[in-house]
Design a binder for this molecule. Structure first.
Ligand code: AMP
Length: 595
C-alpha cells in the first residue's frame, strides 16, 4: 500500500500543493477553485490567522498585518533583513527576526498548514508527510528553517527538494541520459534564478546556480506604475493608493502578455483622483528590456561557472509566472539558442515536481528503472570459424565477461578479433560489429596468450579489449550502442533463425570441432608411426582408425567424424603414454650423465 506524501512548493509569492492520486500527480485546488494560493498571512490583533487570498483581501484595511514574502526571511538573522521588507521586522532576543511577534518559520508554518488543510480537505483524510521545495541557492540554515516550518505545521518533511530539480522532474527530464545537462530559468514575482543541473547516476546535481533574490515580476509592476505616474503626471501617491495602482500595473502586465495594448485605469484611486492611460506591449517591452537583460547576465554567469556553452545543454526549462511574457521567452530562446520547453504550467511545475518526488518516495509512483538487457549474444570468432559467446543474450547491463585465447598456428604473430553478435553457432551466420588485430610476439602454436574482455556500460556501449598477456599491451575498440540498441524485428529474425537452424548449426559446430581435432591428430600420428615405436596390433588399429578419420572428414558428416576422432584418440592413448614416459626417462638420463 502506498503512502500519501504531499508535494509542496512553498513560494515567495504563491504556494501550491499536490499529491499522487491513483497513479497521477495532481495539484489540489483551494476553496476558490485555484491550484495556486498566495503566500500571504494575515495575523489579526487577537492572534487569529488567515492565509491566501483571504489574507490579501485584508491588505486594503490592515496593510501592516498582512505578511507576504516571508520566504525572504527564512534562516536569516534580523541584521541581514533587507530595508524595504513589506512589513516591519523586529529582532528577537536570539537575534532572529520577528514579524508581528512571530518567527519566519512560524509564519511559513501557517502557509504550510493551509496547504496541508487544502490537501486533507480534497483527499478526505489526514496526511502527515511532505516534500517541500527550496531554491537551489538556499544554504543550510534556510533549509533547516524550512524543515522546521513543516514540522510546526504538523508535517514530517521527508525531503527538502531543490526547486530547479522539481521543475526538471515535472518536465520528465529525469528520463534523460546520465550526464545530460538542463538549464532551469525561474523568473517569479520576487526572485530570479538560473540553475544548471546535470544528471548523475539518475539524480540531478546542481552544477551552478546564479540568481537575484530581488528581481522579479513585482519590479516590472513598479516600472509600469512609475511610467504611468510620469506620463499622467500623478504626483504624490500614498501607501494605500499605491497598493491599488500596483494591482492595476500587474493586471496591465498580464493583459499585455495576451494582447498588443490595454488601458491602465483606476477610478478614484485616492478617493478623488482617477487615472486612465493607454499602454502598448511595445512600451512594456521597452520598460522590461533592462530588467530582462539582468536575468540574461546571470544566465551567462551560471554558464561560465559551469564551464558550459549553451549548446552543451540538452534542454532549457522555464518556470515562474513571469516567463509567460513573450519578451522573456524570446530572450531566453535567443540566449540559449533553442526554444525553451513550455509544456508545463510555469506556476505549477515546481509543485508538480515535488508531488512526483513525494509519489516516488511514498511508493505511489514506481521509479521505473529500466534495466536494459543484451538482446542478442555477443562473442568473438575462434578457431574454425566458430562463435565463442562471451556475453549471452538477456544479460543485464552493465556487465563484463572475458576469456583467454591462444594462437592456432606456429609462428603466428597476430590475432584478428572479430566482435560478433547473434545466436548462431558459426561466426559467418552472426553479425560482425567490428574487428581489430592484436599483435603479439611470434610464438609456437598454443603458446600466445590473449585475454579478450567485453564490457557493456549503462549506455549500451560495448568496449572490446584484447590484452597480450606477455607484454600487457591492450588493444581496445568501442562499439557505440550496437550492443543494445538493436531493432526488435532484427532480434526476432536472428532468434528464430537460430531455432530453425539449431540442429544443422549444432552439427556444424560438432563437425568443426572434430575436424580441428582431426587436423591436429593426423600429422602427429603419422610422425609417431614413422618412428616405428608401435607394436604390430596397435599399429594396425591406429592406421585403420586414421583412415576412418580421413574418410569421415571427406564424408562431411558431424557424428561419424566425432566417433572416428574418438576412436583414433583411444587407439593412440597407450602409445602416447609410452612416448611421454620415454621422453621423461631420456631427460632423467641426460640430467644424471650431466652430473
Ligand atoms: P510566481 O512567483 O512564479 O508565482 O510568479 C508570479 C509573477 O509572475 C508575478 O509577478 C506575476 O505578475 C507574473 N505573471 C503571472 N502571469 C503572467 C503573465 N501572463 N505575464 C506576465 N507576468 C505574469
Amino acid at each position: 500500500m502506498s503512502e500519501l506524501i504531499l508535494g509542496i512548493d512553498l513560494g515567495t509569492t504563491n504556494s501550491a500543493v499536490g499529491v499522487v492520486d491513483s497513479g497521477f500527480p495532481i495539484l489540489l485546488a483551494n476553496e476558490d477553485g485555484r491550484r495556486i494560493t498566495p503566500s500571504a498571512v494575515w495575523i489579526g490583533q487577537d492572534g487569529t490567522i488567515e492565509v491566501g487570498a483571504k489574507a490579501l483581501r485584508r491588505r486594503a484595511l490592515e496593510p501592516n498585518r498582512v505578511v507576504t514574502s516571508i520566504k525572504r526571511l527564512m534562516g536569516r538573522r534580523a541584521s541581514e533583513v533587507e530595508e524595504n521588507f513589506p512589513v516591519a521586522v523586529a529582532a528577537g532576543g536570539d537575534g532572529l527576526p520577528r514579524v508581528l511577534g512571530l518567527s519566519p518559520e512560524a509564519i511559513s508554518a501557517e502557509i504550510l498548514r493551509e496547504m496541508k488543510r487544502i490537501a486533507e480537505w480534497r483527499m478526505g483524510g489526514e496526511i502527515t508527510k511532505a516534500v517541500i521545495t527550496v531554491p537551489a541557492y538556499f544554504h543550510d540554515a534556510q533549509r533547516a528553517a524550512t524543515k522546521r516550518a513543516g514540522e510546526l505545521a504538523g508535517l514530517e518533511v521527508v525531503r527538502i527538494l531543490n526547486e530547479p530539480t522539481a521543475a526538471a522532474l515535472a518536465y520528465g527530464l529525469d528520463k534523460l541520459d546520465d550526464q545530460a545537462r538542463v538549464a532551469v530559468y525561474d523568473l517569479g514575482g520576487g526572485t530570479f534564478d538560473l540553475s544548471i543541473l546535470e544528471m548523475q547516476d539518475g539524480v540531478f546535481q546542481v552544477l551552478a546556480t546564479h540568481g537575484d533574490t530581488r528581481l522579479g515580476g513585482d519590479d516590472l509592476d513598479a516600472l509600469i506604475l512609475a511610467h504611468v505616474v510620469e506620463r499622467a503626471g500623478l504626483g504624490e501617491i500614498d501607501a494605500t493608493a499605491r497598493i491599488r495602482l500596483m494591482a492595476e500595473a500587474e493586471r496591465v502586465k498580464l493583459a499585455l502578455s495576451e494582447s498588443e495594448q490595454t488601458v491602465f485605469r483606476v477610478p478614484f484611486y485616492d478617493g478623488s483622483r482617477s487615472v486612465e492611460a493607454a499602454i502598448t506591449r511595445e512600451e512594456l517591452e521597452k520598460l522590461a528590456a533592462p530588467w530582462i537583460a539582468k536575468t540574461l547576465r546571470l544566465c551567462r554567469q551560471a554558464l561560465a561557472d559551469a564551464v558550459l556553452k549553451p549548446e552543451d545543454l540538452s534542454a532549457v526549462v522555464i518556470v515562474g509566472g513571469s516567463t509567460r511574457m513573450p519578451a522573456v521567452r524570446r530572450a531566453v530562446a535567443e540566449l540559449f539558442g533553442r526554444e525553451p520547453d513550455i509544456s508545463q504550467h510555469p506556476d505549477e511545475a515546481i509543485a508538480l515536481g515535488a508531488t512526483i518526488q513525494g509519489g516516488v518516495l511514498g511508493g505511489a509512483l514506481r521509479q521505473v528503472i529500466l534495466l536494459d538487457v543484451t538482446p542478442l549474444s555477443l562473442g568473438i570468432e575462434t578457431f574454425g570459424g566458430l562463435m565463442n559467446v562471451l556475453i549471452p543474450r538477456n544479460t543485464t547491463i552493465p556487465c563484463k565477461a572475458g576469456e583467454m585465447f591462444t594462437n592456432a598456428a606456429d609462428g603466428q604473430a597476430a590475432m584478428r578479433v572479430r566482435v560478433l553478435q547473434g545466436e548462431r553457432e558459426m561466426a559467418k551466420d552472426n553479425w560482425e560489429l567490428g574487428n581489430f588485430d592484436v599483435p603479439f610476439a611470434p610464438s609456437p602454436k598454443g603458446q600466445a596468450r590473449v585475454g579478450v574482455q567485453f564490457k557493456i556500460d549503462e549506455n549500451g556501449i560495448l568496449e572490446a579489449l584484447a590484452r597480450d598477456v606477455a607484454t600487457g599491451i591492450d588493444t581496445v575498440i568501442r562499439i557505440e550502442s550496437a550492443a543494445v540498441n538493436v531493432d526488435d524485428a532484427a532480434v526476432e529474425t536472428m532468434v528464430s533463425e537460430s531455432v530453425e537452424h539449431a540442429f544443422s548449426d549444432m552439427a556444424e559446430r560438432v563437425f568443426t570441432e572434430a575436424k580441428m581435432k582431426a587436423e591436429e591428430l593426423l600429422p602427429a600420428v603419422e610422425a609417431v608411426l614413422d618412428q616405428g615405436l608401435a607394436e604390430d596390433a596397435e599399429r594396425e588399429e591406429i592406421e585403420s582408425a586414421a583412415t576412418a578419420v580421413r574418410n569421415a572428414l571427406a564424408g562431411g558428416a558431424a557424428n561419424p567424424l566425432k566417433a572416428a576422432v574418438q576412436r583414433l584418440d583411444i587407439a593412440t592413448e597407450a602409445l602416447a603414454a609410452r612416448l611421454v614416459e620415454q621422453a621423461m626417462d631420456a631427460a632423467l638420463d641426460r640430467q644424471l650423465s650431466a652430473k
